[in-house]
Ligand binder design. Structure first.
Ligand SMILES: *Cc1c(COP(=O)(O)O)cnc(C)c1O
Length: 452
């Protein structure tokens, strides 16, 4: 038995992996990763894997990026952590000042936590308390999109809509109002996402007419519903939503956990819209995928609703042990420095054009590829048994999982979402690495679909 197999067996004895049917591991053992460099990971036997999913969308600038490594190492020798209530440190302070330069206008108060779901919980509680403390105690409910994903904790699941993650827990969850999300590939109005006026916004208007009065906030994944299958919708929708929220005193929460830090081609998805949310959730790319850290950023107006003499009891009594962790801040500072010093967005835009072209060549006329869509460097391929009807493969075939397993054999980490394959690589990927990924992807699709 080799080292990889030995470790995999020991892993299987004790580790309950995230988002996994552990019985699947009988057949597909965990791959024990030893080291990483750039877009590549290496297992214990030295086998190379191209990480086209950025290790769950968080690795932004490559594994073991020398500049981020250096920054974290330097911080490690000064201070690893300190209580963040009444204490602070320079990395956190500088980080907020520098984030202020890149986030949408109007957002200026930073509340730290340690993962994306926690940032969403924080946003929901903040919005609820804000409404209560500004004379709108009737606003107690949240609105979200159908097919939304905002994390796995109870509040985050409540504003999520994917049965796969939430269904069993429904009896524990909040009663949330769901607005039909834009679905451009299967647009009910027969429009196309690049030239429409968001006719589907009608659904939001109807929901606001009916429930606006009792709604405290609407949360969205801006422009990209990631877990739903990398569904992309146009900025015009968010502009209209901004107006509607303003008219109804409903706060707009942007979950930029997946879209932040250049993933959509601009620094943030909201940067495409010309408007700002009231609250923004950041995580994943924030630390380049190095450390578990998240921030919920709010407007000064929201902050002021909590700012009062202690006895008024208006404080936001919300905390996490690891709030503001200095190591996380040092990684995030290094990420922002790299964005300032290197043409990351410009290069990523070039790679996006290249990847679009390659995918078009490989799959443009493929009989089972319904749509190739992209925003920034994120590209998705929607598989369908029938391009005309846009029907879906039955989930029991586990098409995505079959492709995933094939790709792993060939050294590509491609983790489809149902029938949607996607590329969401570190922004520093190069053309030759793109070629390799597209070519393996093509082989896997043909081998798996050829067998059906
Ligand atoms: C990943 C993700 C989350 C949850 O973040 P965790 O760190 O996994 O808790 C929330 N919202 C979106 C849009 C995400 O992609």
């Amino acid at each position: 038995m080799n080292l990889q197999q030995d470790l995999a067996q020991r892993d299987f004895k004790h580790i309950w992996h995230p988002c996994s049917q552990m019985k699947d591991y009988e057949e597909l053992q965990p791959i024990v990763i030893d080291r990483g460099r750039g877009v590549y990971l290496y297992d214990k036997n030295g086998k190379e894997y191209l990480d086209i999913v950025s290790s769950w969308w968080c690795n932004l600038l490559g594994h073991c990026n020398p500049k981020i490594n250096e920054s974290v190492k330097r911080q490690l020798d000064r201070l690893e952590h300190v209580i963040f209530a009444n204490f602070s440190h320079e990395p956190a302070i500088t980080l907020c000042e520098q984030l202020l330069e890149v986030i949408p206008d109007g957002l200026e108060k930073f509340n730290f936590s340690d993962n994306g779901s926690a940032a969403v919980e924080c946003a929901l509680k903040m919005a609820f308390q804000y409404q209560f403390q500004t004379g709108r105690p009737q606003k107690k409910r949240f609105m979200c999109f159908t097919d939304a994903y905002h994390g796995e904790t109870i509040g985050a699941l409540s504003v999520g809509s994917l049965d796969l993650y939430a269904k069993i827990y429904r009896p524990m969850l909040m009663d949330t109002i769901r607005v039909k999300a834009p679905n451009c590939y299967r647009c009910p109005y027969g429009m196309c996402r690049d030239c429409c006026d968001a006719a589907c916004f009608r659904d939001a208007q109807l929901a606001f007419e009916q429930y606006g009065e009792e709604t405290c906030a609407m949360i969205v994944e801006p422009l990209l519903q990631g877990s739903a299958g990398m569904r992309i919708y146009p900025p015009i929708y968010l502009k209209k939503l901004r107006e509607l929220c303003d008219r109804s005193h409903v706060l707009l929460i942007a979950d930029e956990i997946a879209t932040g830090f250049g993933r959509t081609g601009k620094m943030f998805a909201f940067s495409h819209t010309g408007v700002s949310p009231d609250i923004m959730c950041l995580s994943k790319g924030l630390t380049g995928g190095y450390m578990p850290m998240a921030i919920t950023v709010a407007t000064n107006e929201i902050y002021q609703a909590f700012y009062a003499d202690y006895h008024e009891g208006k404080a936001f009594m919300h905390s996490h042990t690891y709030s503001g962790n200095p190591l996380g801040c040092s990684a995030a500072l290094a990420v922002l420095k790299i964005f300032r010093e290197e043409p990351i967005l410009k290069n990523a835009a070039k790679r996006a054009t290249y990847l679009s072209k390659k995918l078009q060549e490989a799959f443009g006329s493929h009989k089972n590829v319904g749509e190739i869509r992209h925003i920034g460097l994120i590209h998705a391929i929607e598989l369908t048994p029938d391009k005309k009807t846009k029907s879906e493969y039955p989930s029991k075939l586990r098409i995505g999982y079959q492709i995933y397993k094939k790709a792993l054999e060939k050294g590509l980490i491609l983790r489809p979402l149902g029938n949607v394959l996607y590329f969401n690589p570190p922004l520093i990927i190069c053309e030759q690495e793109i070629d390799q990924a597209v070519s393996i992807c093509r082989e896997c699709i043909d081998e798996v679909l050829g067998d059906i």
